[in-house]
Design a protein around this ligand. Sequence first.
Ligand code: PRX
Length: 672
Amino acid sequence: MSQTPPSTATPASSTTSNDANTMESTLQESRMFAPPAKVAEHAHISSIEQYEKMYAESIENPDKFWGEQAANLHWFKKWTRVLEWELPDAKWFVGGKTNLCYNAIDRQIDDGLGDQVAIIFEAEGMIDGKADVTKLTYNDLKREVSKFANVLKSQGVKKGDVVTIYMGMVPQLAIAMLACARIGAPHSIIFGGFSANAIRDRVEDGKSRIVITCDGSWRRGKVVPLKDNVDQALTMTDRVDTVIMYQRTKQGAPVTNGRDKDWDTLMADASDDCPCEELDSEDLAFILYTSGSTGKPKGIMHTVGGYMVYTYLTSKYTFDLHPDANDVYWCTADIGWITGHSYIIYGILPNRVPTVMYEGAPDTPEKDRFWEMIERHKVTKFYTAPTAIRAFMKWGDDYPDKHDLSSLKVIGTVGEPINPEAWIWYNQVIGAENCPIVDTWWQTETAGHMITPMPGATTTTPGSCTRPFFGIDAAVVNSEGEEVETNQGGILVIRKPWPGMLRGIYGDRERFHDTYWSKVPGFYTAGDGARKDENGNFWIMGRIDDVIVVAGHNLGTMEVESALVSHFSVAEAAVVGFPHDVKGTGVAAFVTLKPAHEESDELRKKINAHVAKELGPIAKADKIIFAEALPKTRSGKIMRRLLRDIAAGKEITSDTSTLEDRSIVEKLQAQA
Ligand code: PRX
C-alpha cells in the first residue's frame, strides 16, 4: 500500500482513457504531488510510513488508539470503557465526564495560555478604509461565554434543553454556542441564510423554546433581516417563549415585547462566574439539520465526548496545527454548517491555534477580500470549498496575485468533489505549488474528516481525497457488502464505528436506521459512490443517486463534470441524466462559461468533442444547456435533483426551500 512520491511537486503526467468499456473509471488522473518539504519536515505525521503504522494500529486496536488520544484532553472523570458497540449504536468513552467548552477554553487558561488569541474576528465593513478586527483571548472568551451561560440560565434554560441559534458570523455566535456547551444545553444552529420556514421547521422538530438571534447581519453591505425572519417564523409556531437578540446592525428591528430580550441588557447584569457542567460523554452536544435530497431535514445528533475527541484530532492532523509555530487558521465556512461547528470552533480551539472568523462575502469590497485577509492575518492554514475555488478561478488570477500569500502552508477543501482543474489552480495560484492540498471527504453525520491526506505525508492526486483518517475503516463495496475490484465504482461504506459518528436522527429512529444502516447490512453507508485505486486512494464519484447509467455504462457525474470544466471556456458544470428514447438515459450538461466566451452551437460541439477526447464518446452530452449560474443550496452544493427535473422537462415538485436563488431555475427551464 505504500506510495512512491515523485521527487518534486510538479505533475508527473496525466492520462485519460477513451475506452467505453472501462467507463466507471475512465478519468485516469495521475498527476502526483509529494508533500512539500517545508511542511513535511515539521509535520506531526511526516511520512507515509508513519501514517501507515499509526493507521494499522488504530484499526487493530481502536481502544488503545482512541484512549490515548482522548487522554490528551481534559476529563472531569475518566471513562471506564473506550467503546460499547451494538450496531448501529455506539457509546464512546463510556462513563467519562467532560465538557466541550472546558476543552475549548478553560483548559488553555489552566495551562497559562489565557492571554493568547483564540478568535480573530473580521467584520465585513471597514472603518475609514481599515479592517475592523476584534481579537478575543481565551480569557476574554471565558468571561463572555460564562456571562452568556448565566444569561441562558436566567431565562430558564437547563441542561438538556435545545437552544436554537440563528445569527450572522459574529463573535456572539461563537459565544452563544460555547455557552450552551458550558451548561449542557444542546444547540441547534440554523444557517443565517435560511428563511422563516426553515426556522419554524427546526424549532418544531427540536422542541426548542428559546431562539438566540441578531437584529440582522451584514452581507455585501446590505442587512440580512434575521430578526424579521424569526418574527415571521414565530407566527407559524407557538413553541418559542423567549428570543434573545444581539444588535449587530442597529438598523431597526427593535426589541418589541415580553418575548424578546436584548443581548446587551441581559449581559450587563450577568455574572462572569459559571463553572462548566460535568457532562456525560454520551450527553447530546448538539443537533444540526442536514437537508436530505428528499423529505424533511434530518436533525443529526452528536454527543459530547466522541465529537470532542474526533474533531480535536482531525483538526490537529489534517491541518497539521502547531500552536508554537505561529499558526493562524482560517476556515471560510459559516458556523451554521458542520464545517463551521467542527473546524472553526470545537476542533480548532482545543488545538490552541487562533481561528479566524469572517463576517461577510468574499467579494466585498473587492474580489480579493480573502487574499487580503490571508496577507493581513498571516494565515498559515486555509480551508474553503470547491464552489468558492471555482468562483475565484472565474474572477481571475489578478486578485490573488496582488497579495502576499507566502504565509500559507496547508490549503484545504471540503463539501463537494473538487475538479482536477480547480485543484491545479488552487495548487498553483494560491498554494504557489508549495502547499499540500487537503481534499477532505466527510459529512455532517461523521462530525469530522473521514478520508483526507495528511499534509506532511500523503502524496496527493487532483480529485482524490486519498486515504482514510486514523480509525476509519472505509471501503468501496457492492450491495452485499463485498469489496469491489480496484478502480470499480461502488458504494462507499465505513465498516467500524468511530468517535464522531452520528448518534441518530433527532426523534426519528426509523429514518436513522433506513438512511444509514439498511443499504449494506452491517456497515454505515454514506450515500456516496466511490472507487479506490491501485494506491489505496479513494475517489468520490458523487451521491449514489447521481450516478448515471448510459447505454449500460456507469458514469459518475463528477467525472463528466471534471472533463467539462477542463475545457478552457467552461467555468462550472453540472451533469444529470434524463430519459432518452434510444439510450434509456441521456446526459444533460448545464454549463456556465468563463467571461469573454459566447454561447453558440459551435461552442457546444467543441465542448462535446473535448469531453469525448477526455472520457470517451459515450460521455458526450446529449444536451448542453448554457446557464448564467447553477442552482445551488445555500451551502454551495449544486442541486442536481432540480436539474434532473429541468432536463426531463418536468414540473419541479420537490422542496426548493434550500435554494439560494429561485430565478436561476426559471431561466434554465426556459432553455431546456
Ligand atoms: O457527497 C459528499 C459531499 O458532501 C456530502 C456531505 O455533505 P454535508 O453533510 O453537507 O457536509 C459537508 C461538509 C463536510 C458528502 O456525502 N462531500 C463532502 N466533502 C467532499 C464531498 N464530496 C467529494 N469530495 C469531498 N471532499
